[in-house]
Design a protein. Structure first.
Length: 161
């Protein structure tokens, strides 16, 4: 009974930690890699926009596979008995690895936009950026500020942000 309770708790914690990622990025959070980057700011408007899906990195998928396999093998170890323990550990380990890779891949990918901006200097700039939860999908014709970053992430913000 105690082993099944421990197994249930372990699976619940692993599932929540893998699924706690949101595909919506906040406009007001910035990664440490953006610190100290220089850039240029100019006004412009969106001439075209396309929705794109950014994929999870191979490293994220690999870590999800390893974590899922470890949780699955641990679950199989607790459920199996005698010689069946090895079989259940391997079986649950494989299932856990597949589930971990799938969950990490879908949780780490996000919806993004590819925007082409016509700046006041007459040049076109293309930026791929996340769909910020505070802004939503930016449509063609939207006016705003293009923040070109050297070494960091460039982005377009509609007027008022």
């Amino acid at each position: 009974m105690k082993a099944k309770h421990l197994l249930t708790t372990t699976i619940a914690i692993a599932g929540l930690s893998l699924c706690s990622c949101s595909d919506m990025v906040s406009l007001y959070n910035s990664p440490n890699s953006d610190l100290g980057t220089a850039g240029e700011t100019m006004q412009g408007y969106v001439v075209s926009q396309y929705l794109v899906k950014t994929e999870a990195s191979q490293t994220s998928k690999t870590l999800g596979t390893i974590a899922g396999g470890a949780v699955g093998a641990g679950a199989g170890q607790m459920l199996g008995g005698g010689s069946g323990r090895v079989v259940s550990s391997v079986g649950f380990g494989l299932l856990g690895a597949a589930a971990g890779r799938a969950i990490t891949g879908s949780a780490a990918s996000s919806r993004s936009q590819r925007l082409t901006i016509k700046a006041v200097n007459g040049k076109n700039y293309t930026v791929v950026q996340p769909i910020y939860k505070e802004i939503g999908i930016i449509s063609e014709g939207t006016q705003g500020t293009l923040n070109l970053s050297y070494g960091g992430k460039s982005r377009f913000l509609p007027s008022g942000y």
